[in-house]
Design a protein around this ligand. Structure first.
Ligand SMILES: CC(C)(COP(=O)(O)OP(=O)(O)OC[C@H]1O[C@@H](n2cnc3c(N)ncnc32)[C@H](O)[C@@H]1OP(=O)(O)O)[C@@H](O)C(=O)NCCC(=O)NCCS
Length: 195
C-alpha cells in the first residue's frame, strides 16, 4: 500500500506493508492526530509523553505505512494484570486487520511480562471494538455506569484470563496465521489490480 500526500491509502487492499513498531516520541504528532479523530475526549500530547516516560509499566506500539502513523495501541501493567489503555486506527485504514496486528503485539507483550489477565473498558455501543476484543478472548465482566461522556454512556468491562497459558498462546498463533493469510490474499488482489 502506498500513501498519498494526505496520508490516505492509494489502494486499501493489503496490510502487509504496514509495520508494527514500538511507539517513540517522534510518532506522537501522528498518534495525537488519530486520537483526535477517534475520541470525544482525546488524550493530549502531554498524556502520551507521560505514558512513554514509564517504560517499565507501559507498552505502546504504532502501525506505520512507511513513516506515516496509521494506528496505535497501548498496554499498562502492574503485578500480573494488564489494562489495554487505548487503541485506534486512522479511519482510511480500518478493516485491514491493523488493530488485530497491533493487539497481537500487545498481547504477546502481556505474555512476555508474565501477566495472567488483561482488562479494558469499551463503550457499550462500540460493537466494532468489542468484536475485535472478543477475537482475542476478551469477555464481558461488568459495567461501569455512565463512565463515558459526550455522549454519556456505560462502559463494558472486558477481561481476557489465563493469557499466560499454552491455550492462549495457541489462540494468538491462530490469529497470526489468519492475519498473514489475509495479507497474502490482499497482496494477490493488489498485484492483480496492478496488472
Ligand atoms: C476499533 C478499531 C480500533 C478497529 O480497527 P481496525 O484496524 O479497523 O480493525 P481490524 O481490521 O483489525 O478488525 C479486526 C476485527 O475486529 C472486528 N471489527 C473491526 N471493525 C469492525 C466494524 N466496523 N464492524 C464490525 N466488526 C469490526 C472484526 O471482527 C474484525 O475482523 P474481520 O475484519 O475479520 O471481520 C477502529 O475501528 C477504531 O480506531 N475505532 C475508533 C477508536 C475505538 O473505538 N477504539 C476502541 C476503544 S475501546
Amino acid at each position: 500500500m502506498t500513501v498519498s500526500l494526505t496520508g490516505s491509502p492509494d489502494s486499501a487492499v493489503s496490510s502487509s506493508l504496514i509495520t508494527i513498531s514500538p511507539m517513540r516520541r517522534r510518532h506522537l504528532r501522528g498518534v495525537v492526530a488519530i486520537e483526535q479523530q477517534a475520541s470525544s475526549h482525546p488524550w493530549s500530547l502531554g498524556l502520551f509523553l507521560g505514558e512513554l516516560r514509564m517504560p517499565t509499566s507501559r507498552s505502546y506500539v504504532v502501525a506505520l505505512d512507511r513513516h506515516v502513523v496509521v494506528g496505535f495501541s497501548g498496554l499498562m501493567y502492574t503485578g500480573d494484570e494488564g489494562h489495554i489503555t487505548n487503541i485506534a486506527v486512522q479511519p482510511d485504514y480500518r478493516r485491514l486487520g491493523i488493530a488485530q496486528r497491533m493487539l497481537l503485539g500487545t498481547m504477546r507483550q502481556a505474555m512476555l511480562h508474565g501477566l495472567t489477565a488483561v482488562t479494558l473498558e469499551v463503550r457499550a455501543s462500540n460493537e466494532a471494538a468489542q468484536k475485535l476484543y472478543q477475537g482475542f478472548g476478551f469477555a464481558p465482566g461488568g459495567i461501569r455506569h455512565k463512565y463515558y461522556s459526550d455522549p454519556r454512556e456505560d462502559a463494558l468491562i472486558m477481561w481476557a484470563h489465563d493469557v499466560n497459558s499454552t491455550g492462549y498462546d495457541q489462540r494468538l498463533s491462530g490469529i497470526e496465521s489468519a492475519s498473514q493469510q489475509q495479507a497474502r490474499l490482499g497482496d494477490q488482489a493488489r498485484l492483480g489490480d496492478a496488472e
